[in-house]
Design a protein around this ligand. Structure first.
Ligand code: ATP
Ligand code: MG
Length: 392
């Protein structure tokens, strides 16, 4: 029996002339991911991507899980394929379906006939296949209103497909379909989630991480690269630019009022990130900030941070509670890495009484004690890049 994977994408994003562009992107993405799981034939028809193993060694279970992580895919299901003939379909249902119905009490059959030359209509197919299932699965009942599982029979161009149950895909839009953004990636919980959320909306990611060696360690940086690897499982390859803030932080400590350290540092981060974004074709910065989460994320503090740059700043976690961010972090598998206890450059030299309602004019007085532009340029001079290649 031949089993294939069917991936359906959201019609909403696939309007008009863009449709082919999105479909090609999705197919390319699937093909890239399939390489790790063996040899597959991947093609599309009728708003569905078909993934078909071309040799027996191919890992269909692995590919099924990988397909669920492709942004732009709404549902993923596995189906057995057979000839467009009722006897063949009934035989396939008997062999393939009971396994899926083991823990179900109620089912219904839904049939769809894209090939109108098929002699039975969809109602007739459903009725007949419902009977086959009642014969071969004991203790199960038909319930068309509230089934535990839906068995589908589809008569399509290339054959008949029999499946039971669908899994949710990653949703969103294909990565790369909405430009590129520069993620400010710390070792915390929020920024990997922020990156994931924008990647889900089709934004390709590049990242910048600020370190403060020797106040931050090599292992803290490795942790951030591990987080980038985890984000890349969904978002694809990520270039991570690493920039040292050591000298800036030392200068702030020497010359500026302690209460302003964090705010001033955040303005440096944003300004450096903006320069990197502009030279790497990124249309926006992405951060993990959330209103009121810490002193530097009050509305006034965010205003002060924003005014350091002249590029859109996307903060997808802005209205989420920490608990909600953690839920996403767990689901995308970054949480356990994020909570490893390494220091971040934001956590060295933190003021005891940070300004929570800062006044921009006073911040600028502090900022003007240093040569802002020269320090930004000097920090950019320390930049080096790690290429994170997605492992699916
Ligand atoms: P996270 O959990 O992502 O670390 P946080 O709640 O700890 O966020 P902050 O440390 O104030 O918040 O940082 C706010 C945002 O600033 C982060 O989400 C991230 O986008 C960015 N950021 C903070 N530290 C760094 C860093 N060392 N390198 C790059 N970006 C950073
Ligand atoms: Mg942090």
């Amino acid at each position: 029996m031949k089993e294939i994977i069917l991936c359906k994408y959201g019609e909403i994003v696939l309007k008009g002339a863009n449709k082919k562009y999105f479909e090609d992107m999705l197919c390319r993405e699937m093909k890239k991911r399939a390489k790790a799981y063996g040899s597959f034939d991947i093609y599309r028809a009728q708003s569905t991507i078909y993934i078909e193993a071309t040799d027996e060694m191919a890992d269909i279970d692995g590919m099924f899980e990988a397909a669920k992580k492709v942004f732009g895919i709404v549902t993923v299901s596995r189906a057995a394929v057979c000839e467009k003939d009722m006897d063949a379909i009934a035989k396939t249902v008997r062999e393939y379906i009971p396994e899926f119905l083991k823990s179900a009490k109620k089912f219904k059959v839904e049939s769809k006939r894209s090939d109108k030359s098929f002699p039975l209509d969809s109602m007739e197919i459903s009725r007949e296949i419902g009977g086959v299932i009642l014969e071969c699965c004991r203790g199960i009942k038909v319930d068309v209103h509230n089934p535990d599982i839906v068995v589908k029979v589809e008569i399509r161009e290339f054959g008949a497909y029999v499946s039971a149950g669908v899994s949710k895909g990653a949703g969103g839009m294909p990565v790369g379909s909405n430009g590129k953004g520069l993620l400010l990636l710390s070792g915390g919980i929020d920024s990997p989630v922020a990156g994931h959320m924008l990647a889900k909306r089709g934004v390709k990611l590049e990242a910048v991480h600020f370190e403060s060696f020797p106040y931050t360690s090599e292992r803290a940086k490795e942790k951030v690269l591990d987080l980038a690897r985890l984000v890349a499982v969904y978002a694809g390859d990520i270039k991570v630019h690493i920039v040292s803030l050591t000298h800036i932080q030392e200068e702030l400590v020497k010359h500026c009022e302690e209460d302003y350290f964090t705010l001033l540092l955040r303005r440096y981060m944003m300004a450096i990130a903006e320069k990197i974004a502009r030279s790497h074709d990124c249309g926006a910065l992405i951060t993990g900030e959330s209103v009121g989460q810490v002193a530097s994320q009050t509305m006034q503090a965010l205003g002060v941070t924003d005014s350091a740059v002249n590029i859109p700043v996307f903060r997808p976690c802005i209205g989420l509670d920490k608990e909600e961010i953690i839920q996403i972090a767990r689901r995308i598998n970054t949480f356990d890495t994020s909570i490893l206890p390494y220091e971040d450059c934001c956590t060295v030299f933190t003021p005891k009484h940070p300004k929570t309602r800062p006044d921009l004019a006073k911040v600028l007085v502090q900022e003007q004690k240093l040569d802002f532009d020269a320090l930004v340029e000097e920090a950019l001079g320390t930049m080096y890049t790690e290429n994170i290649v997605a492992e699916y």
